[in-house]
Design a protein around this ligand. Structure first.
Ligand SMILES: [Zn+2]
Length: 103
């Protein structure tokens, strides 16, 4: 993937998700964030309200972890339909823990 500058309005949606995901990962790990970095991620979310905040999804059994938006499935996790929000770990057949990451 080409290196892109952080202009939320100019980058395609797949990349904006990736920017938010990477920034959310840093927030979770309590890494040092530049003010511009946090602002860029927050700005993307404000500009794309349908996206919602990313969630850190973790299975307590196999310890798989993914950063997912609420409309995303990524193996081994699939979104549960029975509840409004949440994911199932298909490998273990258990509900995964998820935590919303906000900026
Ligand atoms: Zn699992």
């Amino acid at each position: 993937m080409a290196v892109q500058t952080l202009f939320p309005t100019a980058i395609p949606s797949g990349t904006t998700r990736q920017v938010v995901r990477l920034t959310a990962g840093k927030v979770l790990r309590s890494e040092e964030l530049s003010l511009g970095e946090r602002e860029a991620a927050a700005g993307i979310l404000r500009a794309n309200p349908e996206l919602g905040n990313p969630h850190i999804v973790r299975c307590d059994w196999c310890h798989e972890t993914r950063m997912l938006f609420r409309d995303e499935n990524d193996a081994p996790f699939t979104r549960t339909i029975a509840t409004t929000q949440g994911w199932l770990c298909q490998s273990c057949d258990v509900r995964a823990a998820s935590q919303e990451v906000s900026f």
